[in-house]
Design a protein around this ligand. Structure first.
Ligand code: ZN
Ligand code: ZN
Length: 501
């Protein structure tokens, strides 16, 4: 895997043949919480952007929020009041919490914040502002004047029959506020206005700038020349034969005289055992939720180590520990590792599975105590913020996704299970208590356990069980070497002595 060229570099090489000036675009309709499945698009775009930048291209990364898209239905997370807003642009609908400018911003702002955490800083554009500012004006005029040519392309490529009164423009009704119930009845290129009739009974005229939007299949290619887009990732739903990329190619070339961007078609991210994460299915973990358990650079790595056209199965259980450790040890795809780094990411030398053990030992005590535990086990604790971040990730993971087998609690008092210890187990604990008292490290204890077992005539497994039961009240626990080293020495000695009586 390390020998092959990373896909982001292949794309960069490819588009550089087109010239040195580039725009990598991505975007979304902010109709609900933006989840990790959507994030694949932006991380993919960012990787292409970084690869181009490294090759000295004059490149920028943009993100277009389709804030003028209508609310399609009352989603399960919305109150019934939203029934009145179905069909209106997202930027004209009140936000669900009351603290944002509008519905679109409610979902967009936390997403942009997550992007910054992920080291992605695109220029963000909002469709409602772009239209109001007149950025689409020429594109709207061309679309209206070339209505028949566009209708032909759409029916030829997508195979769907368009109604005789079909228009590439969807006016926003000035009476009821909807853009899903209007029909264009005329336009004036000079005055830059559009006439419409609405199902609500309104017949009126709106300005081309801000009075509505181009329909998606035209809006997409229309924005390519506006931003000079040369690279754009999009989900496979847009990439089907006769889909919006196919029609976009022809509209772009034939109506807007622009060579379409290099497509990067990406597959979905599946949640293990649950299926594809998609806004419409409601099966999603928000990016904010993900960042509570996964360090940002590792989330990038999850996406970048896989080619875009392969699906990713995200397993927030035990597999997450392996993913984080693979990242920390730079064992996997080295180029993906490099492309995953963020300015803010501060790798620690504490393996995540040790952090998971350490935070459980420190349970209920302050952060300084956690640092003490890490120092006991010889980890570098100089970067306090990095440790704090990983410790938070570990705690949240334990709370939400960790399987029961990794969870434990160090018992404050001698667990009752010790009453069932055999004579051999008691003897073994007594020997271990002496060894620790005389300076043997946790690691040495671990390596010595089979010798002790042999000496007292029981199995190694029985010694391990006695160790865990006397400390945790259960028969298994974290790897004994690290675990014993992380605990306070006097505490362990005292506990083993008590248990051996
Ligand atoms: Zn809000
Ligand atoms: Zn209306």
């Amino acid at each position: 895997m390390n020998e092959t060229i990373h896909w982001a570099d292949i794309i960069a090489e490819d588009v550089l043949e087109r010239g040195n000036k580039h725009t990598v675009a991505s975007g979304i309709t902010p109709s609900g919480a933006i989840h990790i499945g959507n994030m694949r698009e932006v991380v993919t775009a960012d990787a292409a952007y970084r690869a181009l930048k490294e090759k000295s291209a004059d490149v920028r990364l943009i993100y277009i929020a389709d804030t003028l898209d209508p609310l399609r239905k009352v989603y399960p997370f919305l109150s019934d009041d939203y029934e009145a807003h179905v069909g209106k642009p997202l930027s004209d609908i009140p936000c669900p919490c009351g603290n944002h400018k509008n519905y679109a911003e409610h979902f967009l702002l936390p997403f942009i914040e997550s992007l910054h955490t992920l080291g992605i800083k695109p220029d963000v554009y909002r469709a409602d502002e772009l239209y109001r500012q007149g950025k689409y004006l020429d594109a709207i005029k061309k679309a209206l004047l070339n209505r028949d040519a566009i209708a032909n392309i759409l029916s030829e490529v997508s195979g769907r029959e368009l109604a005789p009164d079909w228009s590439p423009f969807n006016p926003i009704c000035s009476k009821c506020g909807r853009l899903t119930t209007t029909k264009v009845t005329g336009f004036d290129i000079e005055k830059e206005t559009i006439d419409y009739a609405c199902d609500c009974g309104s017949n009126s005229t709106v300005p081309m700038n801000g009075g509505g939007k181009l329909t998606w299949r035209v809006d997409w290619p229309a924005r390519w020349p506006i931003f000079g887009t040369t690279v754009e990732p999009f989900g496979k739903d847009h990439a089907t034969a006769g889909g919006s990329y196919d029609t976009g190619i022809r509209i772009s070339r034939e109506v807007y005289n622009y060579e379409p961007p290099h497509p990067i078609v990406y597959e979905w991210i599946m949640l293990k055992g649950k299926g594809a994460m998609h806004s419409s299915t409601g099966l999603a973990i928000s990016i904010g939720d993900m960042l509570e358990i996964v360090p940002p650079e590792v989330l990038r790595y999850l996406i970048l180590r896989q080619r875009p056209e392969k699906h990713i199965e995200f397993d927030p259980g035990m597999a997450l520990l392996n993913l984080i450790d693979e990242y920390d040890q730079v064992e996997g795809d080295k180029r993906a590792y490099k492309l995953s780094q963020t300015e803010a990411s501060k790798p620690t030398d504490v393996p995540f599975r040790h952090m998971v053990t350490a935070v459980q030992i420190a349970d209920g005590r302050d952060f300084d105590y956690l640092l003490t535990i890490l120092k006991r086990t010889d980890y570098d604790t100089s970067d306090v913020e990095a440790i704090r971040q990983r410790a938070d990730n570990a705690r949240n993971w334990l709370l939400k996704y960790a399987p029961p087998v990794v969870k434990f609690k160090v018992q404050d008092t001698l667990p009752v299970q010790v009453t069932s210890f055999s004579g051999g187990q008691k003897q073994a604990l007594s020997i271990l208590a002496d060894d620790i008292e005389h300076g043997m490290s946790g690691q040495e204890i671990h390596e010595n356990i089979y010798n002790v077992a042999e000496k007292v005539g029981i199995t190694g497994k029985q010694v391990f069980e006695a160790v865990y039961q006397s400390l945790l009240g259960i028969k298994s626990g974290p790897r004994a070497g690290y675990f014993l080293e992380a605990l306070e020495k006097d505490f362990v000695v005292k506990r083993f002595k008590e248990a051996s009586r």
